[in-house]
Design a protein around this ligand. Structure first.
Ligand SMILES: Nc1ncnc2c1ncn2[C@@H]1O[C@H](COP(=O)(O)OP(=O)(O)O)[C@@H](O)[C@H]1O
Ligand SMILES: Cc1cn([C@H]2C[C@H](O)[C@@H](COP(=O)(O)OP(=O)(O)O)O2)c(=O)[nH]c1=O
Length: 221
């Protein structure tokens, strides 16, 4: 059975970039790794509807915090079988965003903290009711929200297909989301968390998260 490792963080934190570097590090060690990003755009109707809603379509869907969370959760529900298959065939399944994204953004939109009702609603919905596999470790890429916002904005100016959506344009939401992520990591929500900064060494992190026993959370800078 492979390890389920998740990267979390606000938009523009550098998750995609870190994911690529982790995969390279593990590949050098001859580990079989599969990388999956959520939302699964182009594979999941729920993910596509969510993205469209965040760009102004589908009436007032995006205004409903819970409707958006349900779309993201349903994307994962229909990925559960593939995740299990991937775990049975690989040493590592690396996810770029997972259930904690829904917990963090949903709580932030409702101005709740990590120990509020929204986070518990997502946990019960996705892990208990949908039966999604619980990660072995969740990596929080914790970068200053100003740096993440700059990166998201410059990505938009470089790539016309990466226009920022409603969440990415909302600086206050990104700050609150970052705070909820901090609370989730501090309490090792759902499983062990590892908090890393923007200058993390991907090779060291790759070794740390693959080799560590599944019982302790720790902070690496
Ligand atoms: N460690 C880094 N140093 C410098 N630039 C980075 C770093 N990580 C990411 N970036 C840049 O920041 C932008 C956002 O990174 P990305 O990995 O796409 O973030 P996310 O997946 O969290 O939204 C990209 O343009 C990327 O090239
Ligand atoms: C996966 C996921 C993302 N989100 C949010 C985070 C992002 O602001 C937004 C889109 O996801 P994101 O990964 O940022 O997609 P993109 O490739 O378009 O940048 O949806 C949730 O609220 N819940 C979730 O479960």
């Amino acid at each position: 059975m492979g390890k389920l490792i998740v990267i979390e963080g606000v938009d523009g934190a550098g998750k995609n970039t870190l994911a690529r570097r982790l995969v390279s590090a593990w590949a050098r060690d001859d580990l079989d790794v599969i990388r999956i990003g959520f939302p699964r755009y182009d594979y999941s109707i729920h993910a596509d509807l969510a993205a469209e809603a965040l760009r102004g379509r589908h009436g007032d869907t995006a205004q409903s915090v819970h409707a958006m969370a349900l779309l993201f959760a349903l994307d994962r529900k229909y990925a559960a079988k593939d995740l299990r298959k991937a775990l049975s065939r690989n040493d590592i399944v690396l996810l770029d965003r997972y259930v904690a994204s829904n917990a963090a953004y949903t709580a932030a939109r409702l101005s709740e903290s990590a120990d509020g009702d929204a986070v518990e609603w997502i946990r019960a919905l996705e892990f208990d009711r949908f039966g999604l596999p619980v990660p072995d470790v969740q990596i929080l890429l914790d970068v200053p929200v100003e740096l993440a916002a700059e990166r998201a904005a410059s990505r938009e100016s470089e790539d016309i297909s990466r226009t920022r959506d409603a969440y990415e344009r909302d600086g206050s939401l990104q700050s609150r989301t970052s705070a909820v992520y901090g609370g989730l990591a501090a309490s090792n929500w759902a499983s062990r968390w590892e908090v890393v900064g923007p200058d993390v060494d991907p090779d060291r992190l790759a070794a740390d998260v693959f080799n560590e026993p599944p019982d302790s959370g720790k902070v690496t800078t």
